[in-house]
Design a protein around this ligand. Structure first.
Ligand code: 13P
Ligand code: SF4
Length: 302
């Protein structure tokens, strides 16, 4: 293990590389990351970093967004098959159909989506900036893709706009059930319930706080409470516990695991960096169109 860590450090210097990681990856990957954060933070920092090579420890849409925003950089994915199923749950045909039905429409796209979909939308959002961006849009009608849960949560906070939903979802968050939340609350009556907006509205209704991964960590860290029930992927527990060694954190069920994020290992990081494999490629035509929605997100989220 120690040897592998030293090797990664040496390779990083040789190749002018930086390691970015999402909060859901394995603990040992979080430990070697130079920057760790939620999807919004990672998309912003990837643009600002001076290094030529980004090793992106996350799922495909994250590395793809970094490449679209910084085409001059080499973006390496340690595991090419680490993909987010929800990113494939929107359809170009459906977007075209909804556009025909509404004149005053913005297609708002969760960053958890493919570059093909990003080409056809008006703006991207993440869970930490979606509210701000949707409120700032001049359009009255919002077609929110691909996540129906995040879309419904945003709609509940922006009642003055009309929303059309898509049927995508994240299996990790969608499978957190209200009776499981109630059981966790009964077992830990003093705990605050913190959930990600990819959870269903019923679960969100039982929460004390709803926010992105970074939002959940910040809330727990700033809170006076000592115990928290966490409604998101289990990888977040690493930073929660590191930042708050005296507080207690509980899961809601046994399946709060994103199998794709967990595919990334130290061995794969070392191998990909050493051999320059799994470089993210986005063709120019796709990039030129998809970048507009991502840049608009960065602009409106400021
Ligand atoms: P965050 O932007 O909150 O980190 O969420 C990313 C994600 O994939 C949630 O499932
Ligand atoms: Fe996708 Fe869900 Fe995994 Fe996030 S937790 S990357 S939304 S499958």
């Amino acid at each position: 293990m120690k040897e592998r860590l030293l090797k990664i450090e040496k390779l990083k210097k040789e190749k002018d590389a930086v390691i970015l990681a999402h909060y859901y990856v394995n603990d040992e990957i979080q430990e070697i990351a130079d920057y760790i954060g939620d999807s919004y933070y990672l998309s912003k920092i990837a643009v600002e970093l001076p290094q030529k090579v980004i090793v992106f420890c996350g799922v495909t849409f994250m590395g793809e967004s970094a490449k679209i925003l910084s085409p001059e950089k080499t973006v390496i994915m340690p595991e090419a098959l680490a993909d987010c199923p929800m990113a494939h749950m929107a359809s170009l045909e459906k977007i075209a159909e909804v556009r025909q039905n509404y004149e005053d429409l913005a297609v708002v796209c969760y960053i958890n989506s493919t570059a093909e979909i990003k080409k056809a939308v008006d703006v991207c959002v993440t869970s930490s900036n979606a509210l701000k961006i949707v409120r700032a849009l001049p359009q009255q009608n919002i077609y929110f893709v691909p996540d129906q849960n995040l879309g419904q949560y945003i709609a509940s906070q922006v009642p003055e706009k009309h929303f059309i939903f898509n049927d995508g979802y994240c299996h990790v968050h969608d499978e957190i059930m209200i009776d499981e939340v109630e059981a966790a609350k009964a077992a830990h009556p003093n705990a605050k319930v913190l959930v990600h907006p990819e959870c269903t509205m019923t679960v969100i209704g039982a929460a004390d706080y709803v926010g992105s991964t970074a939002g959940i960590i910040d809330y727990a860290t700033a809170s006076d409470a000592d115990e928290f029930i966490i409604g998101t992927e289990i990888g977040i527990f690493h930073q929660l516990r590191k930042n708050n060694p005296n507080k207690k954190f509980y899961t809601i069920n046994q399946n709060q695991i994103c199998p794709n994020m967990k595919k990334i290992t130290l061995a794969k990081v070392a191998y990909a960096l050493e051999n320059g494999i799994n470089q993210m490629e986005v063709d120019e035509e796709t990039r030129n169109r998809a970048v507009l929605a991502l840049e608009k997100m960065l602009e409106l989220a400021k």
